[in-house]
Write a protein that binds this ligand. Structure first.
Ligand code: NAP
Length: 320
């Protein structure tokens, strides 16, 4: 099969299309023919060699994909050959024509969704779900501020929060992204590059501030989040690309909490419960993954450049 291989950590140019042997499913494993693979920012951090996760070289990147079950290892009962599935987590990497995953990592993909949409589910939706419900314990009626709402995680968070009865305010850096966030269910969308946009957030929340803030760029926004979080509010740090100075008094005066969230810390039980909820949302069509860009597998380097650029509008997926 064809697969993207990384022989050395470094820039996007390290992503090379090669011919490799087809993986064979062992007991408890599922082999999936990949129709689309999701690109996540973490794939680029890992490729650079600067991430805590350092796979043994050479390796095939990617955690998310969608396709059709090709073969089963011994003892697999949850899926059958020919099933449409989305794959959340992979044993062999997803930037390839075939991917191997554990039985618990393959989830049913409803016929109403394309494979490209299926490839946009894994990391983004599980991250948004875990941040919103398992870390922040967001409740219906609360105001949720999705600070960075135009990318994979942000759009997932908008759909999840809106479906659960929360008031949702998002931000985007481009007109196109902000329009998309509104279409996907945000009640209001602000421009995170505009002067004084957070004052508008205070005004929109009747001076109360946001009960829950899902933060995609904490190294830029965390201190300002603390100025606009409600009493007993929770700021969940989902993305951060550097350091920031904060005033801890801001948490004190509001009884507010800053919560870290890494999907890597999710237990098998948590993931199983998260994906049960996500599959139900996909089936009922309350969750509708948005694909912004499709890029051929051989151009994976271009996809890694694109995922680090501003101006997100949905998910970037690779197509073999
Ligand atoms: P993405 O699709 O590339 O989207 C990036 C988002 O960040 C866009 O909405 C972008 O908005 C927004 N952004 C850019 N500048 C911003 C600013 N100044 N203030 C607020 N938001 C800003 O990436 P993603 O997959 O949604 O992931 C988002 C972040 O979460 C990334 O840093 C990623 O590494 C991290 N993440 C963490 C976990 C975890 O387990 N903790 C899991 C998944 C992702 P515009 O492009 O419209 O400006």
């Amino acid at each position: 099969m064809k697969a993207i291989r990384i022989l050395e950590f470094g820039g996007p140019e390290q992503l090379k299309l090669e011919e490799v042997p087809d993986p064979q499913p062992q007991a408890g494993q599922v082999l999936v023919r990949v129709h689309a693979a999701g690109i996540n920012p973490v794939d680029a951090y890992i490729r650079s060699g600067a991430h805590v996760v350092k796979p043994a070289l050479p390796y095939t990147p990617g955690m998310d994909s969608a396709g059709v079950v090709e073969a089963l290892g011994e003892g697999v009962t949850r899926v059958r050959a020919g099933d449409r599935v989305y794959v959340a987590g992979s044993l062999s990497g997803t930037y390839a024509e075939l991917t191997l995953c554990g039985e618990h990592q393959a989830h049913p993909l409803p016929a109403s969704l394309s494979f490209q949409q299926g490839a946009a589910v894994g990391v983004p939706y599980a991250t948004a779900y875990r941040a919103l419900f398992l870390r922040a314990h967001a409740m219906p009626g609360e105001t949720v501020f999705v600070h960075g709402a135009t990318g994979g995680v942000g759009l997932a968070a908008i759909q999840l929060a809106r479906a659960a009865g929360m008031r949702v305010i998002g931000t985007g850096g481009t007109e196109e992204g902000r329009r998309l966030a509104l279409e996907q269910g945000a009640h209001e969308v602000l421009d995170h590059h505009a002067e004084g946009y957070l004052e508008k957030l205070s005004w929109l929340s009747g001076g109360q501030g946001a009960d829950v803030i899902l933060e995609m760029l904490a190294n830029v926004n965390l201190n300002r989040d603390l100025e606009i979080v409600a009493r007993k509010g929770r700021v969940v740090v989902i993305g951060s690309r550097g350091k920031i100075e904060i005033d801890p008094r801001l948490t004190m005066t509001r009884d507010a909490s800053i919560l870290g969230m890494s999907l890597i810390n999710a237990t098998k039980e948590e993931l199983s419960s998260i994906h049960a909820a996500l599959v139900a949302g996909l089936e009922s069509r309350t969750l509708r993954p948005v694909v912004g860009r499709e890029i051929p597998l051989r151009d994976a380097a271009r996809a890694h450049e694109a995922v680090m650029e501003p101006g997100a509008h949905g998910k970037i997926v690779l197509v073999p």
